[in-house]
Design a protein around this ligand. Structure first.
Ligand code: FAD
Length: 444
């Protein structure tokens, strides 16, 4: 009998791999160890649970543990933490209910995800100070807001989770402030997009403290204020969203190599330096399709896709995990902001490009058709080769047009080739020249 396919971590990467492997080879034993109780959950939906758009936390679960066990025949073990990997002996050590046991594997997937970065802020342990990474944390935030009826909220970190939580808590009736160390929010989305979002956040009553370093939190048992260098700002609830760190300790201790980003290094099949050990999702690197270099972009599609590919590979159908363009989109009240590729000039230069860019404003529909709004598009290309490197888009409607540019950067299109794409047009959807085409025309 072949040893089973063992998966560590039961979310996007892990459960995609387990499901795919079982579909491809129903005779293969597939065991998933998940240290928590939640599996196959949409972490991306958690801000909308706090906001109230999603009524029940259970609604964020795509496939329940019972469905995995009974319908997909996956041996899913929640409350089981993998504490060691022995890649030579091909075993993992598992802890559950105070017991420890060894589990042999034929192939292994590390899908341990990432955790919220927790800087050494004073008062991090005060009640009412949260990070938002797990379903339990989403539950705890919701309970706290429900029970204490806070009036003010502080969000530490102006990344996409911070912006989504600013909207969620404002909609819950709180006065929200964002504290961001950098001169702008949404750093990976570029300055032009961030400025539009920031103006909108202010219009919606969010107070922005840019270039502001938080020292810690003050209060009795419960948080009452955020302390800055020379003042303190009242806050009845605090969300710290200052980034994520890949969960690599388990791999590192087993001699599995990390890459330049600090996440687990993998080849195009998601394989680590041990042939039968794979890694996928937020704990692993993926190849950036623009630079060709290893990158760490902890986003859901990358995790799902890589997990699915590895599920095929371990059943004898080698499948590449695919690269990342770092395509992302975020809602900020009435705006959508999106980005793809390499848009930061410094990163582009580091990758050997000579970046040129243009920022345009264009309507999303013809002037005569109701509902037209302005879209701001920043398109970045390499001067010499004219290759499209990336873009950022922001507006009330249509930021999902970023997908056209994501396609262009993945297919190595030049600006003239992007300009020549035959994109769909009818007045209810777009002007004749879609804003992406207009940006390409201006940059060409
Ligand atoms: P995770 O989801 O982190 O899952 C890893 C699992 O492994 C966890 O359940 C953990 O308990 C388990 N585990 C870890 N160590 C062990 C161990 N030793 N033994 C057993 N189990 C272990 N992405 C987008 O693309 N779009 C979005 O809009 C978006 N919004 C987000 C909003 C929030 C608030 C958050 C937190 C994330 C968001 N993401 C978004 C990111 C997305 O959720 C992640 O990219 C995705 O969940 C990664 O899946 P994963 O399986 O790699 O890791």
């Amino acid at each position: 009998m072949t040893d089973p396919f063992v998966v560590v971590g039961g979310d996007a990467a892990g459960m995609s791999a387990a499901s795919k492997a079982k579909r491809e080879d129903p005779d293969l034993d597939v065991i998933v160890f998940e240290k928590g109780e939640w599996v196959s959950y949409a972490a991306c939906g958690m801000p909308y649970y706090v906001k109230g758009t999603v009524e029940d936390l259970d609604d964020l679960v795509a496939v329940t543990p019972e469905e995995f066990r009974e319908e997909r025949d996956v041996d899913l073990r929640t409350g089981h933490e993998v504490v060691a990997i022995d890649p030579e002996a091909k075993t993992v050590t598992v802890e559950a209910d105070g017991d420890r046991f060894e589990q042999p594997y034929g192939s292994l997937l590390i899908g341990t995800g990432a955790r919220a970065v927790t800087p050494p802020f004073d008062g991090f342990d005060l009640e009412g100070v949260f990070t938002l990474r797990s379903m339990d944390e989403a539950d705890a935030i919701e309970d706290y807001v429900d029970a204490r009826d806070p009036e003010t909220a502080a969000i530490v970190g102006g990344g996409y989770v911070g912006v989504e939580m600013a909207e969620a808590l404002t909609e819950r009736g709180l006065d929200v402030s964002i504290f961001e160390m950098l001169p702008q929010t949404l750093q990976p989305f570029g300055e032009e997009t961030a400025r539009v979002v920031e103006d909108h956040l202010r219009d919606r009553g969010v107070e922005l403290h840019l270039e502001t370093a938080v020292q810690g939190f003050a209060g009795g048992d419960e948080v009452e204020a955020v302390t800055l260098e020379d003042e303190s700002v009242p806050a009845d609830v605090v969300i710290v969203g200052v980034g994520v760190a890949p969960n690599v300790e388990l791999a590192e201790e087993a001699g599995i190599e990390l890459g330049p980003t600090g996440a687990i290094a993998t080849d195009e099949y998601g394989r680590t330096n041990y042939e039968d050990v794979y890694a996928a999702g937020d704990c692993a690197e993926a190849t950036n399709v623009v630079t060709g270099e290893p990158d760490h972009v902890p986003l859901a599609l990358t995790a799902n896709r890589a997990g699915r590919a590895i599920g095929s590979t371990v059943t004898g159908d080698p499948t590449e995990t695919g690269g990342t363009a770092g395509t992302a989109i975020v809602k900020a009240f009435d705006l959508g902001a999106a980005r793809t590729g390499v848009i930061d000039p410094e990163s582009a230069r580091e990758a050997g490009f000579d970046p040129v860019s243009v920022t345009i404003e264009a309507p999303t529909r013809p002037h005569y058709y109701p509902g037209a709004t302005e879209l701001t598009v920043t398109l970045v290309a390499d001067r010499e080769s004219e290759r499209v490197l990336g873009a950022s888009i922001v507006g009330r409607d249509g930021a999902k047009r970023i997908d056209t540019v994501a396609t262009a950067v993945t297919a190595d299109l030049t600006v003239p080739e992007l300009q020549d794409l035959d994109l769909a047009y009818a007045p209810p959807f777009s002007p004749v020249w879609d804003p992406i085409l207009t940006a390409a025309k201006v940059l060409a």
